[in-house]
Design a protein around this ligand. Structure first.
Ligand code: NAD
Ligand code: GLY
Length: 358
C-alpha cells in the first residue's frame, strides 16, 4: 500500500492507495476519530458491489452504521437530494461525532462532502472513491458542491476529507468509458507538472489500457501526489490551483453546449486539452511538437481529440458564463512545454477563434 500525505496544517490527511483496502476502512476510521455513528452514502449498484466488503470491516470496528443510497447521475448533486439526506441524519439523531463516508465516484464524493461541510456546521467525512476520475482528482483537495438549475457546482464549499482510501480493486467493475474519462485527468497532470509522468503514459499506454495493477498504482499515486502539492500551495484556488483546469475551459463549454450527456467529463477535457495546446501554439507559447504529443497520447487512449460541430461563438459565449471567468476575461491555462504551463488571465478572443478553427 502507498501512503501519501496532504499537508494542510490542521486539515492535513492521508491518501491510502492499494489493493483490497475496503475491509480495513472501519479500523482506520476508528483510529482517526471516535465516531458515534457512520453513515455511508453511495449508489444502489455500488452498494451491491462493494457495500458488503466495506461493512465487514466496519462491523468488526463496532460502529453503529447506516447506509443511504442515492440514484446514479449528476442529478443527485442537488440541494433537493441533500435535503433528503439531512432529513435522515436528523431522524437518526446523528450528532457532530457522526462520520460520513462517500463510497462512489465524483457525484457521491461532491454531494457527501457538501453535506459533511454543512450538517451541524461540519462533521468529519471520508472519501472512498470508486471511479478512476474520483481516485485521481475529485476525492482529493476538498472541493465539494451541488449543482444549481442554472449552473454546475454553483453551490459549494471547500471542505477537506479526513482520509482518502483508494482501493484499486474497485476499478475492475468500472465501465471502460468511465475508466478512460479518468485517464484524461492523468494526462492533464503530466502536461501541467510532470514530463516524466507524460513519458510514462506514452510508453505504457497499452498496459494502462489493460488495467495492469502496477501501472495503475503508479499513475494514481503520481496523480494524487501532484494534486496534493498543488492544493497545498493554494487550497482555495486564489490563483495557482487553476493549473488543474488545463483543458477544462473549453471542456466545460463542450459539456454545457452538449447538455452533459454526449461526453463524459474526461472526454470533454481531452478535446479541451488538444484545443488548449492549439491555442498555446497560436499564441507562440509552445511548438507544434507539444500539440502533436498531447494529441497523439490522447488518441492512443481512445479519447476524442476533435471538437463536435459547435459554433466558435457559442463556445466563447459559454466560456464567459463559466464561474472561473472574472471581470468578463476568459482565463486560459496554456502549455509551454510538456510539464510546464502558464496561467494567462486574459486571452484575446481572436486567438481563441483561430485555435478553434484548426
Ligand atoms: P460518477 O460519480 O457519476 O460515476 C460515473 C458512473 O460510474 C456512475 O454511474 C457510477 O455509479 C459508476 N461507478 C462508480 N464507481 C464504479 C465502479 N467501481 N464500478 C462500476 N461502476 C461504477 O462520475 P465521476 O466521473 O466519478 O465524477 C464526476 C463528478 O465529479 C462530476 O459531478 C464533477 O463535477 C465532479 N468532479 C469534482 C471534482 C472535485 O475536485 N471535487 C473534480 C472533478 C470532477
Ligand atoms: N478538479 C480541479 C480542482 O480540484 O481544483
Amino acid at each position: 500500500m502507498k501512503r501519501l500525505n496532504i499537508d494542510l496544517a490542521d486539515r492535513s490527511y492521508e491518501i491510502l492507495i492499494g489493493q483490497g483496502l475496503l475491509e480495513k476502512v472501519g479500523e482506520w476510521v476508528l483510529a482517526l476519530v471516535k465516531p458515534s455513528r457512520l453513515v455511508i452514502i453511495t449508489h444502489p449498484s455500488i452498494n451491491r458491489l462493494y457495500g458488503g466488503k466495506l461493512s465487514k470491516g466496519i462491523s468488526q470496528a463496532n460502529i453503529p452504521t447506516h447506509v443511504i443510497e442515492v440514484p446514479e447521475g449528476e442529478k443527485s448533486k442537488s440541494l433537493e437530494q441533500a435535503e433528503k439526506i439531512y432529513d435522515k441524519l436528523i431522524e437518526w439523531k446523528c450528532d457532530r461525532k457522526t462520520v460520513l463516508l462517500a463510497l462512489g465516484g465524483g457525484v457521491i464524493g461532491d454531494l457527501t462532502g457538501f453535506i459533511a461541510a454543512t450538517y451541524m456546521r461540519g462533521v468529519p467525512f471520508i472519501q472512498v472513491p470508486t471511479t478512476l476520475l474520483a481516485q485521481v482528482d475529485s476525492s482529493v483537495g476538498g472541493k465539494t458542491a451541488v449543482n444549481h438549475p442554472l449552473g454546475k457546482n454553483m453551490i459549494g464549499v471547500f471542505y477537506q476529507p479526513r482520509l482518502v482510501v483508494v482501493d484499486l480493486e474497485t476499478l475492475k467493475s468500472l465501465p471502460e468509458k468511465e475508466y478512460k474519462s479518468g485517464i484524461s485527468e492523468v494526462v492533464k497532470y503530466g502536461v501541467i507538472e510532470d514530463a516524466r509522468l507524460f513519458e510514462y503514459l506514452e510508453n505504457q499506454f497499452q498496459n494502462i489500457l489493460s488495467h495492469d495493477p502496477k501501472a495503475l498504482e503508479h499513475i494514481i499515486a503520481t496523480s494524487c501526489a501532484i494534486k496534493a502539492r498543488v492544493v497545498e500551495k493554494d487550497e482555495r484556488e486564489s490563483h495557482y490551483r487553476m493549473v488543474l483546469n488545463f483543458g477544462h475551459t473549453i471542456g466545460h463549454a463542450i459539456e454545457s453546449l452538449t447538455g452533459y450527456s454526449t461526453y463524459t467529463h474526461g472526454e470533454a477535457v481531452a478535446i479541451g486539452m488538444v484545443y488548449a495546446a492549439k491555442l498555446s501554439e497560436v499564441m507562440d507559447r509552445c511548438g507544434e511538437d507539444v500539440t502533436r504529443r498531447i494529441t497523439g497520447l490522447i488518441k492512443n487512449f481512445g479519447l476524442p481529440t476533435q471538437l463536435p460541430s459547435l459554433e466558435a461563438g457559442d463556445i466563447i459565449q459559454s466560456m464567459h458564463l463559466d464561474k472561473k471567468t472574472t471581470h468578463q476575461k476568459i482565463r486560459f491555462i496554456l502549455v509551454k512545454d510538456i510539464g510546464s504551463i502558464e496561467i494567462m488571465d486574459q486571452v484575446e478572443e481572436s486567438y481563441i477563434q483561430e485555435a478553434l478553427k484548426n
